[in-house]
Structure formats: structure tokens, C-alpha cells
Design a protein around this ligand. Sequence first.
Ligand code: GRF
Length: 197
Amino acid sequence: MDSHKKNIVILISGSGSNMACIVQAARREQWHKRFDAQIACVISNRPNAEGLSLADKLGLANQVLDHQLFASRQAFDAELMQLIDRWQPALVVLAGFMRILTPDFVEHYAGRMLNIHPSLLPAFTGLHTHQRAIDAGCKVAGATVHQVVAELDHGPILAQAVVPVVAGDTAQSLAARVLSQEHLLYPKAIREWLERA
Ligand code: GRF
């Protein structure tokens, strides 16, 4: 690990497919040469997240910080901040990181933390986005990459991808269609962020 590079720390909670796509794009597109950037570490708040073994397979440093071992959201976020800051990150990437963040945490990474949300924001913040889009009769759905601010799923929008909602869609079928676009959208949005950085 090169200590002079712009470090990117990725936070996950689940399968880590977005994380893997970002890592693969970084390698394929040689972000280390083009932007002097590297994926430094993957951190999960869930010990059994599938994304951890994926990170292992990709040869990435990875760590667990189990939120269940902390008495409060503040205590967890303070410890997470310490773990992240060991890497002095230029960018923190939330990739399926299913935690509400404290204002202090968000403030600390202001302007250098991105999230992907599986809806066309500002529609459908929060959970169950695909079912809600179907129930509302939406003809399109999608995903949004945005800067993280204190209010959940708000913050300046950096990129969006749109997919059709088709007759007979279930939350699962729509989620799969959206996720396949997330896999293209998130690496692209990060690349564009690095180009501007
Ligand atoms: C994605 O749909 C993301 O938008 C949402 O959670 C899912 C994470 O998937 N926040 P993965 O862990 O990247 O596979």
C-alpha cells in the first residue's frame, strides 16, 4: 500500500457487489496511474457480510466493526471514524452501508463522502424503494449517487441511472435491474469525482 496515494475507503454491510465493481473499475482503468488513487480498505459493520470474502478474494485490506457491540450510535460512529482515518482517506464510499450516520460523522467527511441509493432521488428516500416505486405506478426507476449530508439520502446529486419498470415487475426483479445499472454508475461517478479532485 502506497502511503502517498489518495486513499479510498469503502464501507459495506452486505453482498458488496458495488464495492467489487468499483475495485474492478479502479484496476481496469488504472486509477492509481490516472488519479494517484487506490482502494485502501473495505470496512463492514456486519461480521457476516458476504462482501468481506469478496474483498479477501480481491486482495483488499478489510475490517469488521460490529455496530452491535456499541452502546450508542455515537460510540460506534466515533470508533468507525478512527478506523477510517488511519487511512487518511481522500474519499469515503458508502456501498450498501446500511447505517444512519450521526451529524458529527457526516460533518467530518463533508465533501469527501459519497453514497448510492436505489431510487431516483429525491423520490423514495429510505427503505423499500423498489416496492414503493411499483406501488406508486412509476414507469421508470433507478439509482442515484450523491454526496452525503446529515439528512438521510439527501445531498447534491452526482449521477443517476434510469431503468424501466415493466409489467409484472416485483421488488426483486426491479432491484436486480437497478443493481446492474448501479454497477456501472458508481464507478463512473467516482471516476468523475477523482477527475475533479
Ligand atoms: C444497493 O442496491 C445499494 O444501492 C443499496 O444496497 C444495495 C447494496 O448492494 N444501498 P451491494 O452490497 O453493493 O451488493
